[in-house]
Design a protein around this ligand. Structure first.
Ligand code: NAG
Ligand code: NAG
Ligand code: NAG
Ligand code: NAG
Ligand code: NAG
Ligand code: NAG
Length: 442
């Protein structure tokens, strides 16, 4: 791991240099250019959390990042407590945009305050425990957000009536420790993306750059680029684009396949440039909304339909045979090998590349840093899992998870219906942990 250490010190030195030479400049307060969310990787679940800034009284609230989810929802039974909290009345425009499913007396769950008449309910979901709840209380509160100019954090800005959903504690079960809800960035009228873009007149676009390390923060930025990572690298230059598609047969935004989620079209998969034999029909979405390729942040590893999983693992194993020895698998992985002889490169262990060939001839190349998981000192495993190894209800054929997204910038241009992606930023001598968090306050 010597090369890792020298890489770290390189970044550290550039970071320190940057601190020394960056002048302190005040920022004006008009509509922000973009909104910044800091993300952190939870060591145990390997999923990513972000922080919501409660205004009254000021508090940081941790939530799980869920790219395709409907809305922000919080456990209001045991955790969320704000003096500016208001419920949303049934007969209101706020209720109408929140995909309501009922009106009620507010006594359905145990969330606080108890029993408020004329409550608008919607239907939030927790993908980790695969549970949804039809009595989510649509609510609003004054929240703070941090602005950014794309390279540094800026002033805090307030949204006076941010719409979110209050749920009883049971729905927050299974979330990473410390998280009391879910931050949804999906294609709905009440997601963080849409509400913030609407409030601050930003394009409906967001960038996701998740750090691979639990010790350093990544970012999600709502609004247009360019976005910069130290040392002053525009990670939005040289993006590759592919159409972002809506699941035509997805259900409402709380179903396990929904129209709120982000799908892309994979046309074939190659390992070391050789095509993997996969039934074509798995790449498309069928009449039930199953199949196709989704990008999610609730599974730590990409989950594959069983025949794709077997074909990919076999192809990878064939390409690896001359390199090293296979060792017994370690759950949830199905292909592990002795890593002691594997060279290390700038983009991770020197293993066969995995390419997703996408619509519009776009090629998403997955290098060792995103394909391999180091499970012990000498053992590495292919970081993909078959359906059934983890959650069984995943319904896309290829459900791309966070290990394959880390240290890659993905820009979801929801308005323009396209996904821009960078492939591994390690090639560009930066990482998603290199956002310049040094805040320059007026
Ligand atoms: C963002 O703001 C910081 C501090 O004001 C400034 O140093 C930096 O150059 C700005 N970056 C961009 C891309 O405007
Ligand atoms: C909510 O916070 C207020 C102070 O901000 C406190 O007085 C009250 O007891 C809290 N309620 C709960 C249920 O924790
Ligand atoms: C609902 O809102 C409409 C329009 O604002 C109003 O005319 C109507 O009386 C309201 N109904 C109730 C039950 O509050
Ligand atoms: C979201 O808002 C748009 C435009 O205001 C509207 O056409 C659409 O029906 C809304 N979608 C939902 C799910 O409410
Ligand atoms: C492995 O080595 C053998 C013998 O050198 C060669 O014939 C074969 O093509 C190699 N396989 C791969 C996948 O490189
Ligand atoms: C891996 O290979 C090294 C060197 O050949 C050997 O010492 C070690 O025991 C092997 N480890 C495993 C887990 O197979």
């Amino acid at each position: 791991m010597a090369s890792m250490a020298s890489k770290t010190s390189f970044f550290l030195i550039s970071f320190l240099l940057h601190l020394i030479i960056t002048p302190e400049i005040a920022q004006s307060t008009s509509n922000p250019k973009a909104i910044l969310f800091q993300t952190s990787k939870d060591e145990s679940s390997k999923l990513h959390l972000t922080t919501i800034l409660q205004k009254n009284p000021p508090a940081e609230i941790k939530v799980l990042v869920d790219l395709g989810a409907q809305t922000l929802w919080l456990d209001c039974q045991n955790s969320y407590n704000s003096s500016s909290y208001k419920h949303v009345q049934c007969n209101s425009t706020e209720c109408a945009v929140a995909e309501p499913n009922a009106c009620g007396d507010g006594c359905q769950g145990n969330e606080l305050p108890r029993c408020i008449p004329d409550t608008c309910y919607n239907h939030p979901a927790n993908p980790i425990i695969d549970t949804s709840f039809d009595g989510g209380r649509v609510s609003e509160d004054e929240l703070n957000f941090q602005s950014t100019n794309g390279s540094n954090p800026g002033n805090f800005v307030t949204v006076p009536k941010f719409i979110f959903t209050c749920v009883p504690s049971f729905l927050a079960a299974g979330l990473p420790i410390g998280a009391i809800g879910i931050a949804g960035f999906g294609r709905t009228n009440i997601s963080l993306t849409t509400q913030l873009a609407r409030t601050f007149n930003l394009p409906t676009k967001f960038g996701v750059c998740l750090s691979s390390s639990p010790n350093s923060k990544g970012v999600i930025i709502i609004g247009d680029g360019p976005y910069y990572m130290l040392p002053n690298i525009d990670v939005t230059s040289n993006l590759i684009f592919t159409p972002l598609i809506v699941n035509p047969n997805g259900g409402s935004s709380t179903h396990s396949v929904s129209k709120a989620e982000y799908f892309i079209t994979v046309k074939s998969i190659e390992v070391n440039g050789k095509k993997v034999e996969i039934s074509k029909k798995l790449f498309s979405i069928n009449k039930n909304g199953d199949g196709g390729t989704k990008i999610n942040t609730y599974s730590p590893y990409t989950v594959l339909e069983p025949t794709i999983y077997k074909a990919l693992t076999d192809a990878f194993a064939t390409e690896m045979t001359n390199i090293t020895n296979r060792v017994p698998s370690i759950a949830p992985f199905g292909f592990c090998f002795n890593a002691s002889g594997i060279a290390s490169t700038r983009v991770g262990p020197a293993v066969p590349t995995i390419d997703l060939i996408l619509e519009d001839k776009a090629l998403w190349r997955i290098f060792g840093a995103n394909s391999m998981v180091q499970v012990s000192e000498n053992v590495m495993c292919l970081g993909f899992v078959g359906k059934g190894a983890g959650r069984i209800s995943l319904r896309a054929s290829i459900d791309i998870g966070t290990h394959q997204l880390e240290d890659n910038l993905l820009q979801f241009d929801v308005g323009g219906s396209r996904l821009g992606f960078s492939s591994s930023l390690l090639f560009r001598q930066t990482t998603c942990a290199n956002f310049n968090f040094k805040s320059i306050i007026a």
